[in-house]
Design a protein around this ligand. Structure first.
Ligand code: B16
Ligand code: MG
Length: 214
């Protein structure tokens, strides 16, 4: 039986994936780069600068930019994103999440966040999710982005549970790869076609049966 639960934030606990998409889409429009929801799948779970590099690789004109210009683009995207998440509250927590977190706590399972996002503290506070978490590892404390296992190794260490006794809940293939390299059990949330590295996939967390794993 597993003793720790490590949660991704965007796309697992809250539906911020759609806000990330809208912000990247606006930046892409401003740069005249074609960018679709299918392209956006490749950005999920990936750090802000790595996401920008993927977006710029879609430029038909192959324009090159200085690192200052790229910093400015990343800042522009984040300003747009922060605007979009300004009014977030508990109503934007995804289905099944709160009851799962409550049941995990009742069973004494330790819970940590493992997110690439630098905006995680803001979102955890405004939705009230912070109350359920024993530790928060996010883009402000981790140097290496997923698929590097750093956030999940640090999350497991912070709750004092060995990674092989932890489950990771992830909506992104990069995050599932990170979970597997950390040695965790990898639970995908979403569509199996997008999540080949998952040990098991649920289309949403209302279908998750805790007693099978914890
Ligand atoms: P920020 P997660 C990730 O969060 C998102 O999935 C990814 O799309 C985003 O680029 C990344 O955080 C960085 O976020 O720009 O807010 O620092 O899925 O690991 O919770
Ligand atoms: Mg995610």
């Amino acid at each position: 039986k597993l003793k720790g639960a490590l949660f991704d934030l965007d796309g697992v606990l809250v539906d911020t994936a759609s806000y990330h998409y809208l912000a990247w889409k606006e930046l892409a429009n401003e740069l005249n780069i074609p960018f679709t929801k299918v392209d956006n799948e490749r950005l999920k779970g990936v750090s802000r600068m790595a996401s920008l590099d993927i977006l710029l690789s879609l430029d038909k004109e192959n324009r090159l930019y200085t690192s200052e210009q790229k910093e400015a683009m990343a800042t522009r995207k984040n300003d747009l994103y922060v605007q979009l998440i300004r009014h977030m509250d508990a109503s934007e927590i995804l289905p099944g999440v709160v009851s799962l977190l409550k049941m995990l706590r009742e069973q004494g399972v330790k819970i940590a966040l493992g997110s690439a996002s630098k905006n995680a503290p803001k979102i955890m506070a405004s939705t009230g999710l912070s109350a359920f978490f024993d530790a928060v590892i996010d883009g402000n404390v981790a140097a290496n982005a997923k698929p590097d296992p750093e956030v999940f190794l640090k999350g497991a260490a912070a709750i004092g549970i060995s990674p092989d006794e932890c489950a990771v809940f992830e909506d992104a293939e990069a995050g599932l790869q990170a979970a597997k390299s950390a040695g965790c059990f990898a639970i995908g949330v979403g569509e199996s076609v997008n999540l080949p590295s998952a040990d098991v996939v649920y289309s949403d967390l209302t279908l998750f049966d805790l007693s099978v794993y914890f």
